[in-house]
Design a protein around this ligand. Sequence first.
Ligand code: PBG
Length: 310
Amino acid sequence: MAREVRLSSKSLILPIFIMEGENVKLPINSLEGHFYYSPDTVFEAVDSALKYGVNKFLVFGVPTEKDEIGSQSFDENGVIQKAVGAIKERYRDEVFIITDVCMCEYTSHGHCGILDHGYVDNDKTLEYLTQIALSHAMAGADMVAPSDMMDGRVAAIRQALDKHNFINTLIMSYAVKYSSSFYGPFREAAKSAPSFGDRKSYQMDYHNKKEAIKEALLDINEGADILMVKPALSYLDIISEVSKQSNLPTAAYSVSGEYAMIKAAAKMNLIDEYGVMCESAVSIFRAGADILISYYAKEIAEAINKGDIG
Ligand code: PBG
C-alpha cells in the first residue's frame, strides 16, 4: 500500500533484432536468451512478449549489405522497413513499434553518420537521418528513436515528418546518450562497432551532468515527445535530473552491458538473477524514469504480474 514506486508492463519496451533473409531464428551469442529474427519470423518474438503484456518494441536491423552511406538504412525494402510493415499489418494498434534511427549498423565503417576525412559530418548526416526516419514512418512505425547523437536531428526529423504528413509519428530522442563501454554486447549483436576510432566526438562524456540537461532541453525545443537517457544503471543521477527538469516522459535504456553483467554473474552463481533484475528495474523507475527499455522486459513484466515488484 505504501510503496512509492509502482510499475506496469505498459511502460516496458523490448528490443528486437531483425536480420535480412527468411525463416531466420538464430541465437544472439552476446545477448543470451535473445534471437535474430527475419521479417517473416519476427511474429514469434512479438507473440511471446504479448503473452506477458509487453506490446512495445524497439526494432534494430542487421543488414547483409553495408556501404559508406548506409544505403540500406533508408531503403524502402530494407530489413527494418519490411519487418515494421509486416508487424503493423498483422497486429495493427495492438502493438507499438519504435524504430532506432541510426546509421552505424548500416555503414561499412560502423560510424553513426556520413564521414568526411575520417570525421562524422554532422549536417550532411542530418539529410540521411531524415530519410531514414521517413522510410520508417512510411513503413508504419509509431515512433522513431534517433540514436545517432547529431546536433539538430530532432528538429530535422520533426520537420521532415510533418512535411510528409506524418504528424502523428512520435519522436523518442536518445537525448542523453553517453559514450559508454556498456554497449559492447549490442555492438557485437548488431555488428556495428566502429572500424576505427570511437564515438566520443558525438556521444557524451560520462563526467558531465550539466551537459545532459543541455542536450535534453535542446531536444525538447526541437520537438521531441519522449526523452531517453542511456545507459541506465550507472546513470541513475542523470535519469533523476532529466525527469525533474523536463515535463516530457523520461525513458531509460538499460543497455546490453547491464543485461550481460547480470547474466554472467548469475551464471557464476554469484548473484540471484531474478532478485537483481527486479531490484535494478525498480531502481530505474525510483530514479524517475517513466519508461524502461530492457532486454529483460518480458521477465520484468512477469515479476510485476506475479506481484513480486510494483
Ligand atoms: C546505435 C545504438 C547503440 C545502442 C542502441 N542504438 C550502439 C552504440 O551507440 O554504439 C546500444 C544499445 C545497447 O547496448 O543495448 N547507435
